[in-house]
Design a protein around this ligand. Structure first.
Ligand SMILES: [Zn+2]
Length: 88
């Protein structure tokens, strides 16, 4: 019985690993320039382009993402990654 539970857990772990690999592309986006947060009154580089709790999408800094973001993933939000111009 105990072995069966462990086997099931192992199966679950590998499914989760597969899902996180598949969804990684949906949680990040590379940009040449990071836009400023739409909610900060002073220019603050945004951390996420995502859907807010009030509906519309917006650029949000880390603080505002935690405040009004609904999470990362397809249809929810993408973390903004600065694409280095010198790399290519
Ligand atoms: Zn902000």
């Amino acid at each position: 019985m105990r072995m069966e539970v462990i086997r099931q857990l192992k199966k679950l772990e590998s499914v989760q690993a597969m899902v996180s690999m598949m969804t990684k592309a949906d949680t990040e986006v590379e940009l040449l320039r990071i836009p400023d947060c739409n909610y900060c009154t002073t220019p603050t580089p945004s951390y996420v382009d995502g859907k807010t709790t009030t509906g519309p999408w917006a650029y949000m800094c880390e603080w505002h993402f935690h405040l009004m973001g609904i999470g990362l993933g397809l249809g929810r939000g993408q973390k903004l990654i600065l694409k280095g111009e010198d790399n290519e």
